[in-house]
Design a protein around this ligand. Structure first.
Ligand code: SAM
Length: 282
């Protein structure tokens, strides 16, 4: 296994922060090449930890680039601060990434953000939803250009899943509403210290420049998808009974005896737009 450069300060991995540090130089190199940093990028790393990805990546940046680091662990943030305090390209935020406002950061510069990270697996799904909510356009500009993440393989499978498969669910529909999903390569447990119990995978998510299918109110789409998959074995008629009735589903040409797991994104958007248009205006 190739060695790599890290902050090289002893640190006891904290389970509550999902700390599994990358230690395989060849894998790290492959991830950095997949991200393909350009000299003037605006990069954001979620969970830099001991800098396994940060340090090699910084090598590719010019003085016009910027890299914002979001790290929740106070000890690791202090180490990163010592290492990068004099580097004007790097901004360290000791923060929970779930509370970070990507839109505000986008508005402070002229380029869309490139987000990456070996994500803490204990919060990976809420983190993805938080990012997806920020993927919409603001002032006709994209907030996020692309995202490269290390995730559990099972989560990447769910993101990329197609209707009619066991893994197709809320995460698949909402990710595919905003982004193209490109699973890149697997990473085995041995690449980390401590080793996770599961296989991992690198995925590239690219928010659409203009959405191919538009929900007039994305919040309603979120509600419909959540309700439909909350009991995935139920028929649509039952799963959505608080939102839409059989006649209305038929009017939309949607089979009410179907299950959510068989429904394409277009059908969810159709239901959401119908509900949004028929909502009483106050
Ligand atoms: N990037 C490093 C690497 O590849 O070795 C560390 C990856 S480790 C899987 C996840 C990192 O995310 C840890 O540094 C952890 O402290 C940090 N982290 C966990 N929860 C976080 C949160 N809510 N917001 C920001 N960082 C978080």
């Amino acid at each position: 296994m190739d060695q790599f450069n890290s902050l090289a300060v002893p640190h006891q991995a904290r389970k509550r922060f999902g700390q599994n540090f990358l230690q395989d130089g060849a894998i790290i190199d492959r991830i950095v090449r997949a991200i393909g940093p350009a000299v003037d990028d605006r990069l954001i790393e979620i969970g830099p930890g001991q800098g396994a990805l940060t340090l090699p990546l910084v090598e590719h940046l010019s003085e016009h680039a910027s890299l914002d680091l979001l790290e929740i662990d106070r000890d690791l943030a202090a180490q990163l601060d010592r290492r990068f305090a004099h580097d004007s390209r790097i901004n360290l935020h000791q923060i929970d990434a779930l509370n970070f406002d990507f839109v505000s950061l986008r508005q402070q510069g002229h380029k869309a953000l490139r987000v990456f990270g070996n994500l803490p697996y204990n919060i990976s799904t809420p983190l993805i939803f938080h990012l997806l909510e920020q993927c919409s356009q603001v002032d006709h500009q994209r907030v996020i250009n692309d995202m490269h993440f290390m995730l559990q393989r099972e989560v990447v499978d769910r993101m990329a899943a197609q209707p009619g498969t066991k893994t197709y669910g809320r995460l698949s529909v909402m990710t595919q509403y905003y982004c193209t999903v490109e699973p890149l390569f697997e990473v085995p447990p041995e690449a980390f210290n401590p080793q996770p119990k599961v296989m991992s995978m690198i995925v590239r998510l690219q928010p659409f420049e203009s959405l191919p299918i538009i929900a007039n109110n994305p919040t309603v789409l979120h509600q419909v998808v959540k309700a439909a998959f909350s009991q995935r074995r139920k028929t649509l008629r039952n799963g959505l009974k608080h939102l839409i009735n059989i006649d209305q589903l038929e009017q939309l040409d949607i089979n009410h005896t179907a299950r959510a797991e068989t429904l394409p994104l277009t059908a969810f958007v159709k239901i959401a737009n119908f509900l949004n248009e028929s909502a009483p205006t106050s």
